[in-house]
Ligand binder design. Structure first.
Ligand code: PAF
Length: 280
């Protein structure tokens, strides 16, 4: 596996692969890799000739400096995991490499950035779009892979790709959520949970699953209240928001339609903010 830390070296290798007509897949990450990330590498390995992964904890998408500081960083272990997964190139740039000057671009997402995560993490998606647009233009992949756990992020990135980056001709592929045996969605943040909070966290998925099968008995408002109440009954968990939304415009629905609706949730387990979702 080739490890590159600057754009020039990355460009050299990408140009070589492109010249040989290799199809390039790309998995952008912030590191602290878990099996969810590795499953994205595997998806790309099945479809593409060359898999590129990036590891970069992007400061512009953190609206809370403490969260940025405590975000897990495990570069050595990550490189070993990527080698084992037969990734071809890992790009690990510094902050000054990615932001030689302040990125002042402001993207318009037609409102889908203002709901759910957007209400609680001001500027988060603009930061995600800044870094992903830079990474896309450096890596120039044919396909890029993202996990469905970040349901709203996938919608935002599809919008970005369609409206701002069409000239790059990149296909975005959303891959299924990987879960621990007890149902907790895999996330780099799970490492920050205390044993009590880790034990409580699978309740989030359990409650979402329970009401997925009973949705016909309740109104959307009742469902949201029931889910929130059941999770909050656990003293280690505290729901920040729950929303039941249309998959395309991310607006709260008045009625659940199978194949078109998803419940999204953010929950604090102590200081650690977890997100999850379930589609009907
Ligand atoms: O999902 C993530 O890990 C990040 O938001 C991403 C897409 C790598 C951008 O920093």
């Amino acid at each position: 596996m080739i490890v590159v830390r600057n754009k020039l070296d990355l460009n050299f290798h990408i140009a070589k692969f492109k010249k040989n007509n290799k199809q390039i897949g790309f998995v952008p990450t912030m590191g602290a890799l878990h099996d969810g990330h590795i499953s994205l590498i595997k998806c790309s390995k099945q479809k593409d000739d060359i898999v590129v992964c990036s590891i970069f904890v992007n400061p512009t998408q953190f609206n809370n400096n403490e969260d940025l500081i405590k975000y897990p960083r495990e570069e050595k272990e990550d490189i070993e995991k990527l080698k084992k997964a037969e990734c071809n190139i890992v790009f690990i740039p510094s902050v000054s490499e990615m932001y030689p000057e302040e990125d002042k671009r402001v993207f318009d997402f037609d409102g889908i950035d203002k709901v759910m995560e957007g209400k609680f993490r001001n500027g988060h998606f603009n930061g995600v779009a800044q870094i992903v647009s830079k990474l896309f233009s450096f890596v120039k992949p044919d396909t890029a892979y993202f996990g469905r756990k970040d349901f709203q992020q996938v919608a935002i990135l599809k919008h970005l790709n369609e409206n701002y980056l069409k000239h790059l001709n990149i296909e975005i592929i959303a891959c299924d959520i990987l879960r621990e045996d007890d149902g907790l969605a895999m996330s780099s943040r799970n490492k920050l949970l205390t044993p009590e909070h880790r034990k409580a966290a699978p309740l989030i998925q359990k409650v979402l699953k329970k009401y997925k099968t009973r949705y016909e008995d309740f109104t959307v408002k009742e469902l949201m209240k029931l889910i929130e109440g059941e999770i909050n009954k656990n003293k280690f968990l505290n729901v920040e928001y729950i929303d039941i939304v249309n998959n395309n415009n991310l607006k709260t629905v008045s009625e659940i339609v199978e194949g078109e609706t998803t419940t999204c949730i953010a929950v604090f387990a102590g200081n650690v903010r977890l997100i999850d979702n379930i589609s009907f």
